[in-house]
Ligand binder design. Structure first.
Ligand code: SAH
Length: 346
């Protein structure tokens, strides 16, 4: 097993069968070796710097009905909200003072924010904070909408592919959504010139080891600038309410393999990882992650952006999150930096 891990650290790639073996047969001991190698590569690429992104959850209205997601259209119990342009700018203002140089606008697929409204929000942030990166995570759009938002000043786009296996995709989503379109969106975003993030949930219902290996191979081929990986966590009021959550161990294994496959990729230790284990985000960093994404959303809407149950940090102010994360990160010998935190290979 350690030979395989050495080979992956040297070549940044493995065959399907080798990846399958690695994911399937990882033991506690071998995975510690894997994490150590991933940490080393992460240190070579980014030192001990951890980049932060301020997450602004602008809407929980969504036209889609993904079976895993707490803000899916059919969830009648979700209390819906939208942030106004002024509220969004206030979040950026508070975030800027706290040292954030990347704002991530994330939300459900909400018709209210049409291209004109969104482009206006983006261009106002662009002119107010010329030294900041603007990341969007607003789901699937057509080429021209992505292009318009890029022209308005958005630099990056996060669109998790969710799973690279067609069958699996259809077990997580209604038939109105397709993997083919999701992938097309990712390639369009790349072509337009965005820094692109894909990713998936570890331990989502019906995921097999084959699915994970296909995800890894897809990610290697797409060569994104970012990869968002977190455990699946069941959400009440969804069809998957009674399914099991993904594990800490498997999430860390996947994170570290991605770090070894793409040495310079930006890899967040996600809020979901922090939700399934009190030290989840720290362990993520120690397995090769180099980004954290604390919440900048107004306190009164935080509880409403519930993609999954028991989400952490829904009661804290942005400043509290910032201080708490800084302490956590310093405790493991890393530092939070004030920087846009661009990917090394753009
Ligand atoms: N509407 C946007 C943003 C989705 S929310 C889009 O389509 O990209 C961001 C991510 O949260 C999703 O891509 C999904 O991978 C994750 N997520 C949703 N429900 C989840 C759950 N129950 N557990 C863990 N992660 C979840």
């Amino acid at each position: 097993m350690n030979n395989l891990i050495d080979k992956l650290s040297r070549k940044h790639n493995l065959s399907y069968d080798e990846l399958y073996f690695l994911v399937k047969n990882s033991t506690k001991e071998s995975s510690n070796y894997l994490f150590e190698k991933a940490r080393l590569i992460s240190n070579q690429s980014y030192g001990y710097d951890i980049y932060m992104r301020g997450l602004i959850e602008l809407t929980n209205h969504c036209k889609n009905d993904c079976y895993y997601c707490g803000i899916r259209k059919s969830n009648r119990n979700a209390e819906r909200y939208r942030l106004t342009k002024e509220q969004i700018l206030e979040c950026c203002n508070a975030g800027y003072k706290l040292g954030f140089r990347t704002f991530v606008l994330q939300g459900g697929e909400d018709f209210y924010y049409n291209d004109d409204i969104m482009a206006d929000i983006v261009s106002t942030i662009r002119t107010t904070y010329p030294d900041c990166a603007i990341t969007l995570s607003l789901g699937e759009k057509n080429y021209n909408s992505y292009k318009m938002l890029h022209n308005a000043g958005a630099d990056r786009y996060l669109l998790r592919h969710e799973t690279a296996n067609n069958d699996h995709y259809s077990k997580l989503h209604p038939s109105t959504l397709s993997l083919r379109n999701r992938k097309k969106c990712l390639y369009n975003l790349k072509e337009i010139g965005y820094q692109v993030g894909c990713g998936f949930m570890v331990g989502s219902p019906f995921q097999t080891i084959e699915c994970i290996v296909e995800d890894l191979i897809f990610i290697k081929k797409l060569k994104p600038h970012m990869v968002g990986i977190g455990p699946f966590i069941p959400s009440k009021d969804t069809p998957f309410a009674d399914k099991k959550a993904g594990t800490l161990q498997m999430t860390l294994i996947v994170l570290s393999i991605i770090r070894l496959m793409l040495p310079e990729v930006l890899l967040p230790a996600t809020t979901a990882l922090g939700t399934i284990h009190p030290k989840g985000r720290e362990l993520g960093i120690l397995a090769g992650a180099n980004v954290v994404m604390p919440n900048l959303s107004p306190k009164d809407v935080r509880k409403k952006y519930m993609l999954y149950d028991n989400k952490i940090c829904t009661k804290d102010e942005a400043a509290e999150c910032r201080t708490c994360l800084q302490k956590r990160i310093e405790n493991i010998g890393y530092k939070l930096v004030v920087s846009r935190g661009d990917c090394k290979y753009i």
